[in-house]
Design a protein around this ligand. Structure first.
Ligand code: IMP
Ligand code: MG
Length: 177
């Protein structure tokens, strides 16, 4: 029995994730033809999605990483968003595709988009593997969306509960939460 099986059930399995990611990548490949694409990966949760997505995009691209924190470690946002690690390269003139694991209340992404616009990129779009529309507190446009999910707390494939379970190869839900 795997270490997580007692606490975590499967919501979206690995095959389904990878199939959807290939579709998103094909769409991104078409949309960014002839443009210099930068994937701006929001740490830490989006790393798994970003690397799988990047491998399926048939374009030259660059990767930048940016850390944000909106949680005190529990399952509810504090509403306060901080940049904990900034990208190393200037964003001016770049075609940015922000890569997120999940858009829940939308507060993190709306903060980030406002911050990025002040850096004068050529364009900014959003790719999010998951969206929980039932919890939205502010409307954020998601240009490339993997899956819409119900209001359940999910873990795995980058998503954590108290920093744990990021390494599960699928999207799971916490049993009894
Ligand atoms: P938002 O600001 O409420 O949209 O939250 C965005 C961030 O909260 C995501 O990048 C995740 O790190 C975290 N988050 C939101 N929902 C979940 C969840 O169900 N599981 C794990 N992390 C989550
Ligand atoms: Mg996150």
């Amino acid at each position: 029995m795997a270490f997580y099986e007692q606490d975590v059930g499967t919501l979206i399995d690995s095959e389904k994730l990878q199939a959807r990611i290939r579709e998103l990548a094909a769409q991104i490949t078409r949309d960014y033809q002839g443009k210099e694409l930068t994937l701006l990966v929001v740490l830490k949760g989006s790393v798994f999605f970003a690397t799988d997505l990047a491998k399926c995009i048939d374009l030259p691209l660059t990767l930048e990483f940016l850390g944000v924190s909106s949680y005190g470690g529990g399952t509810e946002t504090t509403g306060e968003v901080r940049i904990t690690l900034d990208a190393t390269k200037p964003m001016a003139g770049k075609h940015l595709l922000v890569i997120e694991d999940i858009i829940d209340t939308g507060l993190t992404m709306s903060f980030l988009l406002e911050n990025l616009r002040s850096r004068h990129p050529a364009s900014v779009k959003v790719a999010s593997l998951l969206e929980k529309p039932s919890r939205a507190r502010t409307k954020v446009p998601i240009d490339y969306k993997g899956f819409v999910i119900d209001d359940v707390f999910v873990v795995g494939y980058g998503l954590d509960f108290g920093e744990k379970y990021r390494n599960l190869p699928f999207i799971g839900f916490m049993k009894g939460k």
